[in-house]
Ligand binder design. Structure first.
Ligand code: SF4
Length: 494
């Protein structure tokens, strides 16, 4: 739990959907694409969309960069020195590209994602091996952009035409999908208008834009028909969702969740990442009313100090956050709360940090992600005085992570002996073992036959690890009538 998951994930083409296979067979002109994905679930989703868009061009995903005719780095700007890390990765790719050229094989290189959006032409200038720089709103144009590359042009496409991207996603939803894993992401919203002073998202992803209800329902129905049982709705500020419904009204996220819960076969819904200010009553009520909405909420607060919340431009106070948590817990007792915390934001004093520790004790989290503040170029925070020394940040971060670990352990231990529904997702490390997901988003390991993958089974929780649970299949029982409405472990008094 050293950092938020958005910043830690790195996946390769193996994790993206492989609809390219089908089309390559049709065209008989197979080329290989290697996609390396950094960052958040939205980037994982975007990488899937890129391989889908490239499928009609005959591109098949490969896990081996040396085999690839096209290499795409789908980058993330959250981490410190993100751009520099991309440039050093491009240095490694240059050697692969040169080796392929010596053997008479070409390799196109593209940079996508938030670093592409932020750096633009600078990438082609500093790394001449890059043929294509493409921002997150332009992936639907990849085939046309690659045509330009083949004509010998260097291409930089970082326009913010998000409506065109969403329209394209909608058109894609009409085509059949091959069988998908049981859990999938679905982007409903992109961009952010909040301008927190530490964050690059409003600059790299642009203003908030929501997909229409019809587009989302169509894609979700298609996912359910291809075997998906759990959908996580994604957005940089997902609970700011405000999409147009078929009758022209504007729906918030709560209404959208109610509509999606009517889809046959879609048994589990989640959403991430939310801002406290956008948790409206309808969304909170959805947690009370919808059995399909899992009892888990990732609701970043970042700091427990009013002074730091103000400096971060979070636009709420700690007391407002406490009142919000009370309303959520009234609606959904036993919900697992997760948060993000930034340690050592400019001006953070010992007292401010103690306010954050106090907030954590009072709320009681099932899990949380925390990281040291590091300035992002171009954000207001980077220009603030009173930057906190690294050693102070490290000491505070360690103390906070100890506290969160205790709470996570307490939360996991409180599941012992409980029977809950587990979505079985994949084989585990050991023979005969499967890994699934609890309603509260913990991985659950258990012995079960492979033919149960994709199903939801009643499981008794018989053990806990630091980040996961161990379960026992309850013979002959599929799903329970479990609602997640169980008492939360007592939050520690602050
Ligand atoms: S709400 Fe989230 S995405 Fe938007 S600026 Fe703040 S931290 Fe960034």
């Amino acid at each position: 739990m050293t950092s938020r998951p958005e910043a830690d994930q790195e996946t390769t083409a193996s994790a993206v959907s492989l609809t390219a296979e089908k089309t390559a067979a049709v065209t008989g002109n197979t080329r290989k694409v290697f996609v390396r994905t950094y960052g958040c679930q939205m980037n994982v989703y975007d990488s899937e969309r890129m391989t889908d868009v490239l499928a009609p061009e005959g591109f098949q995903a490969t896990e081996n960069m040396e085999d690839a005719d096209l290499v795409i780095l789908n980058t993330c700007h959250i981490r410190e020195k993100a751009a520099e890390k991309v440039y050093s990765e491009l240095g490694r790719i240059r050697k692969v590209k040169e080796a392929r050229a010596k053997s008479g094989r070409e390799m196109m290189v593209g940079v996508a994602g938030c670093v592409a959006q932020a750096e633009g032409e600078e990438i082609s200038r500093r790394a001449p091996i890059v043929d294509l720089v493409v921002g997150p709103q332009s992936y639907h144009q990849l085939p046309a952009l690659l045509d330009k590359v083949r004509q010998g042009k260097k291409v930089v496409e970082t326009e913010f035409d998000i409506d065109a991207k969403f329209d394209h996603l909608s058109a894609r939803a009409q085509t059949p999908l091959k069988k998908r894993p049981p859990s999938a992401f679905l982007t409903v919203q992109e961009g952010c208008d909040k301008f927190c002073t530490f964050c690059v998202v409003p600059y790299t992803r642009g203003a908030e834009v929501s997909r229409s209800v019809a587009q989302i329902v169509s894609e979700a129905e298609r996912m359910a028909a291809s075997g998906v049982r759990e959908v996580t709705l994604l957005g940089q500020n997902v609970n700011a969702y405000h999409g147009v419904s078929p009758d022209g009204a504007t729906w918030g996220l709560g209404r959208l969740l109610r509509r999606l819960s009517e889809i046959d076969g879609l048994d589990r819904l989640r959403y991430t990442t939310s801002h406290p200010r956008d948790m409206d009553d309808d969304l909170i009520d959805a947690h009370r009313d919808l059995k399909t909405l899992m009892p888990y909420l990732h609701l970043p607060v970042q700091s427990g100090s009013d002074a730091i919340l103000k400096a971060m431009n979070r636009r709420h106070t700690r007391d407002e956050y406490f009142r919000l948590i009370d309303r959520i817990r009234d609606a959904a007792p036993g919900i697992a709360l997760s948060g993000d915390f930034i340690i050592g934001f400019p001006g953070e004093t010992d007292r401010d940090f103690e306010d954050t520790m106090d907030l954590i004790r009072r709320v009681g989290y099932g899990s949380a992600f925390s990281f040291k503040y590091s300035p992002r170029p171009g954000t207001p925070g980077a220009a603030m005085d009173d930057q906190v020394p690294e050693d102070v940040k490290s000491t505070r971060l360690a103390a906070l992570q100890d506290l969160v670990s205790e709470q996570q352990k307490a939360f996991n231990t409180s599941r012992l002996g409980m029977t809950c529904d587990v979505l079985l997702e994949k084989v585990g490390r050991n023979p005969g073992q499967l890994v699934g997901k609890s309603p509260w988003l913990q991985p659950v390991q258990l012995d079960a036959p492979e033919n149960l993958i994709g199903g939801i089974q009643a499981v008794e929780i018989v053990g806990t690890g630091s980040n996961s649970l161990f379960g026992r299949l309850i013979d002959g029982q599929d799903e329970t009538d479990f609602t997640g409405a169980i008492p939360a472990p007592a939050a520690q008094a602050g």
